[in-house]
Write a protein that binds this ligand. Structure first.
Ligand code: GLY
Ligand code: MN
Ligand code: MN
Length: 439
């Protein structure tokens, strides 16, 4: 778990960057209706949670560096014994101060009364515009209320900054405790992938394997970081397949992309293995190409390299492999230049990983690919996808969707693979699947 001191340190760091005469307004996520009066499980907004550690809906954090009466204010739901009987415990304004270190806390229902007065004393407003139009409108309403009072001598803030510019750069560099949480999320996700490999038999349905994954997450107190992809055979060629509804066929591969979320930090792992526990020769051949590409890409995850280096390494190995197998024809350099591989490898090799699965942080800085630095975490996930009916491709390669995805930390030395405990060589996978039961 991330401790209270770290949340305080983050707020201090952000406020230092904002400077005096500033205010940051950070709302959490709204609750989302699933159907009629049932809501989706609540998940706090990542930026809000990063600064507060507060996991209740209907809350807004306000940061005002240098404010004499307290720099950190939290608007939240009030205690209500009657409602709490129905919908669960609330910290209330007192809890916001005592348990979450707010200097001051107010009922969320009073925000329209209080915020204009706070804004009035500031020159600069930091707020993330565009992701929540309803909240943006409220911010504008508050500003307009002050404008209307301008004749009475009130001052209107006149400089607006995007908060995410500062905050997302902070989130890109993971602290020691964030890495501890991410290692835990990855460890549990690796157990889930192992469990899936051991449970898998021809004739089972994809959702039965999904249940094994979710079982492993939940018994560790975690939730899926995103809807798991469990795709047998041709379904493995559908990049965002989440129906997970089909029976698994003897002789097919199964692609599982599933990660656990722990304390609002994600893991994101993909493994591909044979439904019956033994790779066919053709499957093994293609699998080894993807694995070699992944290993080459991971080797490029080094401080000082650029964001795109792992991708370029993966593309080189994949294209060379496809050429050698006769799936692509031509000259290696031309096939890479013309992106001929994209027919079989149509996504990129990774993304930042953190509180969000596709985490925040710029990939380019000043028009150049970002330089990798210690503390950044990214996924490395090359794949090859050859659906049935692929024209000009020998039939033995059809129905093959392979992706191998690990979570990798940039260090000052060798890359640290957070998800190394999930088997990925042919021998490791086959020997684990040959065991009746591990426990
Ligand atoms: N699970 C989504 C991704 O791999 O990016
Ligand atoms: Mn990913
Ligand atoms: Mn994934």
């Amino acid at each position: 778990m991330i401790g209270r001191k770290e949340f305080a340190r983050r707020r201090k760091q952000l406020m230092r960057m904002m400077g005096k005469d500033s205010i940051a307004i950070v709302p959490t996520s709204p609750e989302q209706v699933r159907n009629r009066d049932v809501e989706f499980p609540f998940r706090a907004d990542s930026d809000f949670f990063y600064l507060t550690g507060f996991h209740e809906p209907e809350a807004v954090a306000v940061l005002m560096p240098g404010r004499p009466h307290g720099e950190y204010l939290l608007f939240c739901r009030e205690r209500d014994p009657h409602l709490e009987t129905w919908t669960g415990r609330r910290a209330g304004t007192r809890g916001a101060i005592e348990q979450y270190d707010a200097n001051d806390a107010f009922p969320i229902g009073d925000i329209d009364e209080i915020l204009p007065g706070l804004l009035e004393s500031c020159e600069r407003v930091f707020h993330t515009m565009g992701s929540r139009p309803e909240f943006d409108k409220r911010v504008m309403d508050w500003i307009n209320r002050i404008r209307q009072g301008a004749r009475m001598g009130s001052r209107t803030p006149d400089k607006f900054f995007s908060l995410e510019h500062l905050l997302h750069d902070m989130r890109l560099y993971k602290s020691r405790s964030e890495l501890r949480v991410m290692r835990t999320a990855a460890r549990v996700a690796c157990s889930a992938h192992r469990r899936a490999m051991q449970a898998c038999r021809p004739g089972m349905h994809e959702y039965e394997i999904e249940a094994e994954l979710v079982h492993e997450f939940r018994r560790a107190g975690m939730v899926p970081a995103y809807p798991g992809i469990v795709g047998g055979g041709e379904n493995g060629c559908i990049l965002h397949y989440t129906e997970n509804s089909q029976p698994l066929q003897d002789g097919d591969l199964l692609l599982i992309d599933a990660g656990a979320e722990y304390d609002c930090y994600a893991s994101d792992i993909t493994r591909t293995f044979p439904v019956n526990g033994r790779f066919s020769d053709a499957q093994k051949t293609l699998y080894k190409v993807v694995l070699a590409a992944q290993e080459a890409a991971i080797r490029e995850v080094r401080a000082g390299n650029h964001w795109n280096d792992p991708h370029e390494a993966a593309v080189r190995v994949l294209t060379r492999g496809l050429l050698k197998l006769g799936i692509l024809k031509g000259k290696l350099s031309a096939l890479i230049r013309d992106e001929a591989y994209r027919r079989f490898y149509m996504h990129r090799t990774g993304h930042w990983l953190g509180m969000d699965v596709h985490d925040v942080g710029d990939y380019k800085v000043g028009g150049e690919w970002r330089v990798l630095e210690p503390g950044m975490v990214l996924t490395v996930e090359p794949g090859l996808y050859i659906p049935a009916g692929s024209r000009g491709v020998a039939k033995k390669w059809w129905n093959t969707g392979i992706r191998i995805e690990d979570d990798v930390l940039v260090t000052s030395g060798d890359p640290e693979v957070l998800s190394a405990a999930a088997p990925k060589t042919v021998a490791e996978i086959e020997s684990l699947m040959a065991l009746e039961s591990e426990k």
